[in-house]
Design a protein around this ligand. Structure first.
Ligand code: 0O2
Length: 227
């Protein structure tokens, strides 16, 4: 039943025999792999919750506003396989797609992002694979966030398995901008010229939002100094 549902969904999206084959032949291993990624998400989420708790005790403040987690959908995985021109195999998925397990940590202030990233990366079971600092180097769209690709071990019945997780750290303002921009990006029926003007407007909004983040942080620091 699940097999048929997945096949129908993929059919609607992509109508690609290779893809249907991959999922049909590997249903059990795919479920197993996805379950490992879910475990990895749990491990990393717990690490951030522990850090938040400790900061709350030690400094009487919570650096984390919200944590969101997501497992990449089969459609998302297939799109990425195609975009990166990868082979349709489980091994290739595991080796080349780094964001199947995703965790988004929304912080109050920009400084908290780097503080949390440092605390996470100091932990001796975490291996850093890649850093993409879209705060220091925003994307052309205006997008800002700190992305970390890490490896975390999960402990199964008879083995330890290292799983990749993408951690996106951003402020409330960065998240607000990214969420709205993501929704607007899918409005396709806009004339080219207008689309270019809107893209510029979105970059401007991202800059204003970054400025606001910095000013709020300065206010926080001035208050802390006066204490
Ligand atoms: P979802 O569902 O959000 O995860 P890679 O091949 O993996 O190294 P990739 O996929 O281009 O390269 O990675 P990148 O650009 O570093 O990060 C991709 C993710 O960052 C996106 O995930 C978004 O979550 C976010 N992102 C990157 N650029 C933008 C942007 O301009 N606007 C918004 N709103 N989000 C952005 P996905 O793949 O879109 O899916």
């Amino acid at each position: 039943m699940i097999k048929e549902q997945i096949r129908d969904r993929i059919f609607k999206e992509l109508i690609d025999e290779n893809v249907i084959d991959l999922f049909q032949r590997n249903m059990m291993p795919i479920n197993e792999l996805m379950s490992y990624y879910r475990c990895a998400i749990m491990e990393v989420e717990t690490k951030f919750k522990v850090l938040n708790e400790q900061f709350s005790l030690q400094y009487d403040r919570n650096p984390i506003e919200t944590i969101k987690t997501r497992l990449k959908s089969p459609e998302g995985i297939v799109k990425k396989i195609k975009r990166k021109d990868l082979s349709f195999s489980l091994q290739s998925i595991e080796e080349n797609i780094n964001d199947i397990a995703g965790i988004r940590v929304i912080c109050s202030f920009p400084e908290d992002i780097y503080l949390l990233a440092e605390c996470l990366l100091k932990q001796d079971d975490i291996t850093l694979i890649e850093v993409k600092d879209y705060i220091k180097n925003p994307k052309e769209s205006g997008y800002r966030s700190l992305h970390l690709i890490i490896e975390v071990p999960i402990f199964l019945e008879n083995e330890k398995k290292n799983m990749k997780v993408e951690v996106q750290l951003r402020t409330i303002a960065m998240d607000f901008w990214a969420s709205l921009e993501h929704k607007l990006r899918y409005k396709k029926d806009i004339p080219q010229e207008e689309a270019e003007l809107l893209a510029k407007e979105l970059v401007e909004c991202a800059n204003i939002s970054a400025d606001l983040d910095n000013r709020m942080e300065q206010i926080r620091n001035r208050i802390a100094k006066n204490k």
